[in-house]
Design a protein around this ligand. Structure first.
Ligand SMILES: [Fe+2]
Length: 359
């Protein structure tokens, strides 16, 4: 339960639910417990000079609100990201319910965001803070598009390949629109039949995209093969060789976004655990180290200067990161430099978005 006083009654609490009945000073019943607040309700409360109300806890705020806060220092990105979310939902639904839109239509909202990210700041630190289970496929599509293109840039691939990676990453999971939401959002272990259905999404995706006029082979391939792994353990074909390099990049971006996001069936990993897990996939022979290592270094470079919380509650600042042991950086704690690789009693509990230069 959250006590909310008169000074905070604005659009931010519209949509929230009352935790208790509200009664006026003269004893008149005004609003019932459980009422979902509108602007009109706020006017009633103010007119009756109510000082405070009790709200039910907020489980998850709308993605649009989250991105405004998360990208508080990159406002243009926030606005474009949200516009993309609205358009992606519309286009993805249209693709399975009516006619499949042409590639250019998908790219109208996505290209400006992609270009901004390619020429602008590292935004991958922020992306992992956006939550929302029902919206997962949409934001995952945007994220993987942006990450895949960024990897292309980091690897200094030709610009045309970088843009192509953005397109493939953006569309790679469109086949999930044909997988029932109750399977995608299931909190417990999938049955054999349910997992078999999930594994069809690359083929569903290829079927959808094939309906686009003049669709590029690399987009079809990336969509169909993004779950193939270099050791042959992937699906749908269990390919070991002949996985195109661009598709291998999509696999890296897809894996990183999946393990660094919160999902219905598990909490998200700390950012460094997620990067470490990505590296382990290289050692397991599944992902390509030539792609993973430069990507990890790129993301790590964004964390220098960020604040962390240690598991004893103290706050420190990241000074240097080591990719051999990502979770044990050199930190500044109480005006002292501590190498966590040598002080193994300390552990990181949380990594914050805050950076010295923006505080
Ligand atoms: Fe997928």
């Amino acid at each position: 339960m959250e006590l909310c006083d008169r000074g905070k009654w604005n659009h931010s609490i519209v949509g929230r639910s009352l935790a208790n009945d509200v009664v006026s000073a003269s004893g008149h019943f005004l609003l019932r417990k459980g009422t979902v607040l509108t602007h009109w309700h706020l006017t009633i409360l103010k007119n009756h000079q109510i000082d405070n109300i009790e709200l039910q806890p907020q489980l998850e705020s709308p993605i649009e609100e989250q991105t405004k806060q998360i990208f508080a220092f990159k406002k243009e990105i926030s606005a474009q990201y949200n516009e993309n979310l609205i358009e992606v939902k519309r286009l993805f639904h249209e693709a399975i319910s009516r006619e499949v839109p042409q590639l250019q239509e998908f790219m109208v909202p996505f290209k400006p965001l992609l270009e901004k990210v390619l020429h602008g700041p590292n935004i991958f630190l922020e992306l992992r803070h956006i939550k929302g289970h029902d919206e997962y496929t949409y934001r995952h599509s945007i994220n993987v598009g942006l990450m895949s293109a960024t990897i292309g840039k980091i690897l200094r691939l030709p610009f045309s390949d970088t843009i192509k990676l953005g397109e493939i990453g953006f569309l790679h999971d469109i086949g999930k629109m044909k997988v029932p939401l109750h399977i995608l959002n299931k909190e417990t272990k999938l049955t054999v039949e349910e997992f078999a259905e999930v594994k069809k999404h690359p083929s569903y995706g290829k079927d959808i995209l094939q309906q686009m006029e003049g669709i590029d082979e690399s987009i079809l391939n990336g969509t169909l093969c993004h779950h193939e792994r270099l050791d042959g353990s992937g699906y749908p074909f269990g390919l070991k060789e002949n996985i195109p390099f661009l598709t291998q990049i999509i696999a890296v971006a897809d894996t990183y976004d999946a393990i660094s996001s919160e999902r219905v069936y598990r909490q998200k990993l700390l950012p460094f655990d997620a990067l470490d897990e990505l590296i382990q996939e290289v050692y397991r022979g599944k992902l390509n180290g030539e792609i993973v290592f430069p990507f990890v270094e790129h993301i790590l470079s964004g964390y220098i200067g960020h604040e962390i919380e240690l598991d004893d509650g103290r706050r420190a600042k990241i000074v240097q990161l080591f990719k051999e042991e990502i979770n044990r950086p050199l930190i500044e704690l109480d005006s002292m430099f501590i190498d966590m690789r040598e002080n193994r009693m300390l552990n990181i509990k949380e990594v914050f978005l805050y950076h010295d230069s923006i505080l």
